[in-house]
Design a protein around this ligand. Structure first.
Ligand code: MG
Length: 204
């Protein structure tokens, strides 16, 4: 459950997820965590990992959260979601890993969240299947989202959940790559379960 302590840590964690979407993600994690481990592509500073990590804690599973921590295209300097505070002043490069670690430590989730630093398709090639839930929220360009979907969709257990963030049907509301992947997942046989804001959940 999301108690008041966790709520205040969530409120002070950088990220791009409204509370209603976070709570929907947490609920999906609790349900899917009974099937198998949870996996997130795109940790950033740990906001959604707090929701999913709390879910993993509740049902006795783990969350694996993957990121190269160098920022996706849309968080680079000059882009809409750039935050100068996540730039490492010694290298001039984005490094969100310290923020993720701090968020997990403050929330007491270090024992149930496994942080992996690397490219998600490479990590997928090293891991097995049987996942309860895969949450795709990494880079939002079509080649990146497609690679994440193709790398991970088959790792989801039958009956498990696929969650995709930043799905906008209207091009005026946001980039179309996550929506394209949602359509692809439906074509591939995933069943739509819910929509909360831009968070869409499907069942394999
Ligand atoms: Mg997102």
């Amino acid at each position: 459950m999301i108690d008041d302590d966790l709520q205040s840590i969530i409120a002070s964690t950088k990220g791009f997820m409204p509370a209603d979407e976070g709570h929907a993600l947490h609920k999906a994690g609790v349900a899917a965590g009974r099937i198998g481990p949870l996996l997130e592509v795109g940790s950033y500073c740990g906001l959604s990992a707090l929701y999913l990590g709390a879910a993993a804690r509740e049902v006795g599973t783990v969350l694996v959260t993957i990121d190269h921590h160098r920022g996706s295209e849309e968080t680079q300097p000059g882009w809409e979601h750039h935050d100068p505070e996540v730039v490492d002043s010694t290298t001039g490069r984005i490094d969100t890993l310290p923020f993720l670690r701090a968020a997990l430590e403050r929330a007491g989730l270090e024992d149930v969240v496994v942080a992996v630093i690397g490219q998600s398709p490479l990590v997928a090639s090293l891991l097995g299947g049987g996942l309860g839930l895969v949450f795709i929220d990494g880079g939002h360009s079509i080649d990146v989202v497609r690679a994440d979907y193709e790398a991970w969709a088959g790792h989801i257990a039958h009956g498990g959940l696929l969650a995709i963030h930043d799905v906008f049907e209207d091009p005026a509301a946001g980039g179309q790559a996550p929506f394209e992947i949602w359509l692809r997942a439906v074509r591939d046989g995933f069943t739509p379960v819910s929509t909360t804001g831009s968070l869409r959940i499907l069942r394999r």
